[in-house]
Design a protein around this ligand. Sequence first.
Ligand code: ZN
Length: 449
Amino acid sequence: MKTYSNQKDLYWNPVVETLPPRKMRELQLKKFKRILEWAYERSKFHRKLYQEAGLEPGDIKSYEDVAKVPKVEKAMMRDIQRKDPFPYGDALCVPLEEVTEFRQTSGTTGTPVYQPDTWQDWEWWAEAWAYLLYAQGYRKTDRVFLPFGYNIFVAFWAGHYAAEKIGCEVIPGGVLDTEARILKIQELKANAMMATPTYVLGMADTAKKKLGIDPARDLTIRKITCAGEPGASIPSTKQRMEEIWGAKVYDHVGATEIGAWGFECTAQPGGLHINEALFLTQLEDIETGEIIEEPGRKGKIVITALDRIAQPCIRFDSKDVAEWSKEPCPCGRTFRIIQGGVVGRADDITKIKGVLIAPSAIEEVVHSIKGLSNEFEVIVTKKGDLDNITLKIEILPEDEKNQEAVLTQLKDQLRLKTNLGYNIEIHPYNSLPRYEVKAKRFKDLRKHG
Ligand SMILES: [Zn+2]
């Protein structure tokens, strides 16, 4: 356990991070009313949405009233795009000349959505990331390497600025290829980095096979901040990353339209804190829309960025599924925790053979089996009335002699953890698709016949 000179060194903002829940709800309500009024007065999109629901900002008097405000979905943002003021459309709340940042969503679920930010918003992005990096132990003494392509996707951009804001030394690994990035980490003895779980595992593979470098032994990375995929909250995937790098791996969740809204702290309570100083988060029953306050019941995250001004994010339907944790965190933060992180997307959590399943549950099993590579693919098809699940896996060359034992273990664990049977296909090592940044391992072909 790290010791700090005083308790205050634990938190980026010692006041708000330890606020009693009642005070926190008061602060959130006050900020919620402010951003709602801001959007109502300045954006045609928001005013129309609220007027059609017969709602005015003055109607929100209590924390419970927040749930009365209509939600915004990604598809709605897509519809206003490329209209006036070009290219963002009428959800924009500032004059176009105030916009300083363009980013767009990755487009994995359809046409990318543009995201404008002002300079104030950009500072807010960095502030949100500063909370999370500080909670993961980033300090002035750290030398942080960012192995990502600085481009139109927001990804780790704000992580870069936040690390600088904390006082770390930041190395932008931009257009370098994977081998060059690894060599730079070695040359400069960088001790922290930020990447997607897929890339963290891929980098380690490249280091071993192409450069003969063992990341845990030959490199000095001791903490890794992940984002973009649920991997760092899936225990077996996290363990693979931690072992291969000899580093602590921390999860973080965020989205282009929302901001950096959740993080794991160094106490690693088995879940992610929500940054309640900057975001108001509600869990909603997927079927009934009822607000869930009790632990242990899964719901969809509906989220408001309380301080983002150019294109406000008010009651955004994130489609991320999570549940509240029972336990407070030993780190002393009063920010609420979602147990096990984001467990899936409302769209991906699907019924197979009548059983509700999140793809992350299959990943948890595959990555917990020692003889399997990091790569796998799940394909769901339909024959007549029957759902069929094919799971493609690779056995590591050194474990081929134990193939039978590995397969038995895999089948047992799958049945135990997911209650489903699978057709397991063994593919030659290195033949399944490798992904650079975000993996697409789950394919449901039933919808397309
Ligand atoms: Zn904590």
